[in-house]
Design a protein around this ligand. Structure first.
Ligand code: NAD
Length: 279
């Protein structure tokens, strides 16, 4: 892995007036859920080697804060306070990126709205809402930003899945079905666009300490108990997920498409650690 692959691509950008030196333009990295743990870490990781960041979050305050953090460190960032399930808003966002930068190089779809509940009493609205943000949002972002990537003949879509795509989490409503479908959506983009320069894949984290999970990991007994069941003996931090996303979006991973990459400390493959008689 190259730790600091320069995030530059040959210019000029193919469309849009842009505000960038036409000789060398930064890679443009669009991140949904950018105000959250994994999204923010990804924004900072890509910005650290010069990428321009489009930070998307339904929470305007948090995506503004991430964009300000990137710019405060000398980078380039724009914030979009939009709901990724809103087709017109996603289309306006993609058009604004095209207008400003003339290209899109990487999508990281990390947005999720948890709607937990027991299936026997889960309101249909909860099921629909989780899928709207996680799955429909991924489709809309992939389609709209992928169109720019197809035009330029290059790009990478990274969908943040979950170990829940592989083994269901109880009492999380549509979360596991959504993640399983998102992993397949990544493969669907991959198979349709592989011959046109665009890669697509998913990254499936296990247990990561982020704002989404802080209510759990701030409880010492949960932190200790969950750390103990991960073969690596700890939960992950968002920077570790961001590093993997960054690598998979780089030219070093140029032959990787249509796959799901687990980052779970070995948890998913660990069931026989808990089976008696295997000492
Ligand atoms: N934290 C973990 O342990 C873990 C494990 C596996 C997978 N994941 C996945 O990683 C991704 C990021 O998770 P996180 O832990 O950083 O969560 P997070 O809650 O910190 O971040 C999610 C972000 O998505 C935003 N969001 C919600 N609805 C939106 C919408 N309609 N449009 C745009 N943005 C919206 C939220 O405002 C939030 O900032 C999610 O897809 C999650 O399912 C997380």
């Amino acid at each position: 892995m190259t730790a600091h692959q320069p995030s530059m691509v040959p210019g000029p950008a193919q469309a849009g007036p842009g505000t960038i030196d036409p000789g060398r333009v930064p890679r443009v990295v669009v991140i949904s859920g950018a105000g959250g743990g994994i999204g923010r870490a990804s924004a900072l990781r890509f910005a650290a080697d010069g990428a321009a960041i489009a930070a998307i979050d339904v929470d305007q305050r948090t995506c503004d804060a991430v964009a300000a953090e990137v710019e405060g460190a000398g980078g380039t960032a724009v914030a979009f306070g939009i709901d990724v399930s809103d087709e017109a808003a996603v289309q306006r966002m993609a058009a604004a990126i095209d207008e400003r930068f003339g290209r899109a190089d990487v999508l990281v779809h990390a947005a999720i709205q948890r709607m937990p509940g027991h299936l026997e009493s889960l309101p249909a609205e909860s099921f629909d809402r989780l899928l709207a943000v996680g799955l429909r949002g991924g489709f809309l972002l992939g389609r709209e930003l992928g169109t720019l990537m197809l035009r330029q003949g290059s790009g990478v879509l990274v969908f943040i899945g979950s170990t829940a795509a592989h083994a269901p989490y109880p009492n999380t409503g549509a979360y596991a079905p959504c993640k399983a479908a998102l992993v397949m959506l990544a493969k669907s983009f991959a198979i349709e666009w592989a011959g046109r320069g665009v890669r697509s894949l998913s990254v499936s984290p296990g247990m990561v300490r982020t704002p989404m999970t802080e209510n759990l990991y701030s409880r010492p007994e949960i932190l200790a108990g969950r750390s103990a069941i991960a073969p690596l003996g700890r939960i992950a931090n968002p920077d570790e997920v961001a590093s993997l996303v960054h690598y998979l979006a780089s030219a070093d991973a140029g032959y990787v498409t249509g796959t799901d990459v687990l980052i779970d400390g070995g948890f998913t493959m660990s069931k026989f650690m808990h089976v008696p008689g295997r000492d």
